[in-house]
Design a protein around this ligand. Structure first.
Ligand code: B16
Ligand code: MG
Length: 220
């Protein structure tokens, strides 16, 4: 038996945009006197734009200093810088092994889903030239809670018409692994430091169909 679907996170699994988020947030944060480093940025993986800003303001001790309208302006400014930087993405920016895996899943008739909380996800898939390799992309604009809440993964399952218990979810962030586990999917984590992943791999080039299939047989 095969999984009913394989559901992917975007940032850190399909392509690495974490450094682009970091550069944009660092610029906006620095303009209001908050310095963030890459270690702090890692804690924002899988966290929505609004919640990321709240955490940055909290980190800088400035949570009380900005109205909602000012926060919206900061988030919009960060997004403009980020979207500008997406111009550098091409098919070469797809992480190792991912294109081959998406093609193989398509050939095997196994549906693929995207569960990214990024409102820019459709643009990014388009820049990478892989929109057609996804059966369904959950709409981040329609979810109320970012990871570790399972909402975006459940939305992907719903759109694909599959049951979460019959799917594999792939993530690079702890919040994402927690979201996958919370909805009863089988989790694969990319990264040495992840906790509670059903299978932990060090790099996306280990994400082959034989690897996923063996994991699924063991998990069932
Ligand atoms: P945007 P994922 C997440 O993507 C990123 O990991 C996170 O850093 C970012 O804040 C979030 O998307 C929202 O992105 O500002 O483009 O809407 O990991 O869920 O694919
Ligand atoms: Mg990610």
């Amino acid at each position: 038996m095969n999984p009913e679907a394989v559901i992917f996170d975007l940032d850190g699994v399909i392509t690495d945009t974490a450094h682009l988020h970091f550069h944009a947030w660092r610029q906006v944060a620095s303009e209001i006197g908050i310095e963030i480093d890459e270690a702090f940025n890692n804690t924002l993986k899988g966290i929505s734009r609004g919640e990321s800003l709240r955490r940055i303001l909290h980190f800088g001790g400035r949570e009380a200093d900005f109205s909602q309208a000012q926060r919206d302006e900061l988030a919009t400014r960060k997004n403009s810088i980020y979207v500008e930087s997406l111009n550098q993405l091409t098919a070469q920016s797809i992480l190792p092994g991912i294109h081959d895996l998406l093609l193989e899943l398509k050939q095997r008739g196994i549906p693929t889903g995207l569960a990214s909380v990024s409102l820019n996800a459709p643009t990014i898939l388009n820049m990478l030239g892989i929109t057609d390799l996804f059966t369904f992309c959950a709409d981040a604009g329609k979810i109320a809670r970012s990871k570790p809440d399972p909402e975006i993964f459940l939305a992907a399952c719903h759109g694909l018409g599959v049951s979460a218990q019959q799917c594999i979810g792939i993530e690079d962030a702890q919040a994402g692994i927690d979201a996958i586990n919370a909805c009863g999917m089988r989790s694969i984590g990319i990264g040495a430091d992840l906790q509670h992943a059903g299978l932990r791999l060090l790099s996306t080039d280990q994400l082959t169909w034989p690897c996923l299939s063996a994991f699924w047989q063991r998990a069932k």
